[in-house]
Design a protein around this ligand. Structure first.
Ligand SMILES: Nc1ncnc2c1ncn2[C@@H]1O[C@H](COP(=O)(O)OP(=O)(O)OP(=O)(O)O)[C@@H](O)[C@H]1O
Ligand SMILES: [Mg+2]
Length: 311
């Protein structure tokens, strides 16, 4: 069974507006709730394509119950530790006429030491039968980046492959424990290495640096410019699919789902890349964060191209 671990569970609310006007009441043309939180998103996407997973993490309050209900609906088994505070509600504002969107995040969960211990105990038990682990995202109050060092080490000590997706300072902490793959986007990679990444060449050089410094393969996503997989002995450029984007929120988590699927099923990473970038494009077609339709994934899968990349 695939295990996802989301310390900072989230419900995303997407609001579609035509224009953003300060100091005015803006009436949203559409409002919908879906999942946020990278690993739970990956679980949700895998569930949509018929792959079950166990979703662990910290959660609290009535928002947690809504997150659980969304996961259940796609065949995911949530098993969260109840902590203090409230599972976050993040707001995605999609400005349709102007073609941009922004996300406002909150940090409303509070984790005490005994919650951390309970979560790690539940995670350790799940590792007994885990085929792969997917973890990452921001951390709630009460958890420090060493949480990722510990949880990645626990899986690796049992020989369980790990896909990890986080921003600084959690990314460098987790990298030190050597997950199998990370899935940084442009900004996350740029913050990690402390330099701008504007071109595919710069992304490739950054990917090589990650491999050399940490021994971890990055699957880099570049939004509308597609992706770049930097593996020890080869690299692939994955062009974006020709789609009419509705909302790209959670598209990166589609890629994360594909990588995790390949790890769990011990298939070549190339298969995970194909599935992942098909899921990412399918997510872009839906208005809700990380929401996608199985029929879109199946239709888009044969269109994903992996172009061998040499600088
Ligand atoms: N505008 C777009 N057009 C076509 N494909 C897109 C577009 N935006 C994203 N994608 C696809 O989705 C993949 C992942 O997107 P992106 O790089 O935005 O991930 P991300 O920043 O991690 O997203 P999130 O954190 O919201 O999950 C891209 O590599 C690309 O294949
Ligand atoms: Mg991402």
């Amino acid at each position: 069974m695939i295990v996802s671990l989301t310390a900072n569970t989230t419900l995303d609310q997407s609001l579609f507006i035509s224009r953003f006007v300060p100091n005015r009441t803006i009436r949203a043309s559409r409002s919908l709730f879906s999942l946020g939180g990278k690993p739970t998103d990956a679980s949700w996407i895998l569930g949509e394509i018929g792959v079950p997973s166990l979703a662990l993490g910290c959660a609290a309050g009535s928002t947690a119950r809504r997150v659980e209900a969304l996961l259940h609906r796609k065949g995911v088994t949530p098993d969260f530790i109840e902590v203090d505070g409230e599972t976050r509600i993040n707001t995605v504002i999609v400005v349709e006429e102007e073609g941009w969107q922004t996300t406002i995040t909150t940090n409303t969960l509070e984790v005490q030491l005994h919650h951390r211990a309970a979560l790690l105990a539940r995670y350790a038990a799940a590792l007994e039968t885990a085929s792969a682990v997917v973890l990452g995202g921001t951390l709630p109050k009460g958890l420090e980046p060493d949480f990722y060092v510990e949880t990645i080490r626990m899986a690796k000590a049992k020989g369980i492959p790990v896909a990890f997706d986080a921003a600084e300072p959690n990314l460098s902490a987790g990298l030190s424990a050597q997950p199998d793959y990370i899935k940084p986007n442009r900004d996350e990679l740029s913050d990690l290495l402390g330099r701008a990444i504007d071109t595919v060449e710069q992304a490739y050089a950054a990917g090589r640096e990650v491999l050399e410094r940490w021994g971890v393969s990055p699957i880099i996503t570049l939004g509308g410019d597609g992706g770049l997989a930097v593996l020890p002995d080869r690299a692939y450029r994955i062009p974006p699919l020709p789609i009419q984007v509705v909302s790209p929120s959670g598209a990166g988590d589609g890629v994360l789902a594909g990588i995790t699927h390949a790890l769990a099923h011990r298939t070549p990473i190339e298969e995970g890349l194909r599935l992942g970038f098909a899921c990412a494009a399918a997510v872009c077609l839906m208005p809700g964060t990380a929401d996608c339709r199985r029929e879109d994934v199946e239709r888009l899968l044969p269109l994903v191209e992996l172009h061998p990349y040499a600088p």
